[in-house]
Design a protein around this ligand. Sequence first.
Ligand code: ADP
Ligand code: MG
Length: 264
Amino acid sequence: MLVVMDQTTQYTGFPVRTADTVLIGHGLTKTYGPTLALGGVDIAVLRGESVAVMGTSGSGKTTLLHCLAGILVPDAGTVTLHADGAPVAVHSLSPGGRAALRRERYGFVFQQGLLLPELTALENVALPLLLNGTARREAETQAGRWLDWLGLEGMGQRRPGQLSGGQQQRVAVARAQVAAPPVVFADEPTGALDSATSEETMTALLAATTGRGGTLVLVTHDESVARRCDRVVRLHDGQVAHDGPTAHERPVPGAAPTGTQVSR
Ligand code: ADP
Ligand code: MG
């Protein structure tokens, strides 16, 4: 699903909850000893949207992503996931609850694919489904579909070491999608790639996530990567310095005639 936002859409300031909101971070604060990593961040992410979180090194991007993803618990503030079913208060889950949330509702792509080197590409992609209790045969069938869709047909039996950096990232993209999580998080997914491979990986990640109605929250310090997303949130010293739509073109969803483009 592609989201079209009108000029008046408010992303920050509360209340922001609408039927289209999938993830809300409110007042997120995190310190490491004397370092203030996040100083009260508000962010609301819409269903089907792709959001790039930008900022210089040390501005709090990874900390924000980790709070939203239930990897870290903020010192103060709340994170609420409004996916299917009842809203989930991510910040107040137990460690086990957060692990289950990450396994069942979230997908992840990191800078280095973090694929398991001793497993084949197919086994790596199938893993989230296996962990969620899907039978191996079914899990591998679905994993194979994702590998094919991402242009990796015939490579399922290779181990990560037998794939190029770009191919490994596409395996990681497939693994992040296979269980159809409502939200996919990516932290510098193109950080270790050359510019052509970076483009290719972004195309795969965006098409795979938003193409099935999922939401993408991506951390990058690369403007060309951020421009591919619907919206950019810029952090400065742990605060939101800017939050607004990018200028790229988005197809109009729903009733609009096929092929109509809206310029932003
Ligand atoms: P970014 O991803 O934008 O580079 P981070 O969120 O990783 O920024 O870090 C924000 C700030 O918090 C930085 O000053 C960083 O040094 C500090 N920081 C991050 N993680 C830790 C940690 N585990 N221990 C101590 N300081 C940390
Ligand atoms: Mg970081």
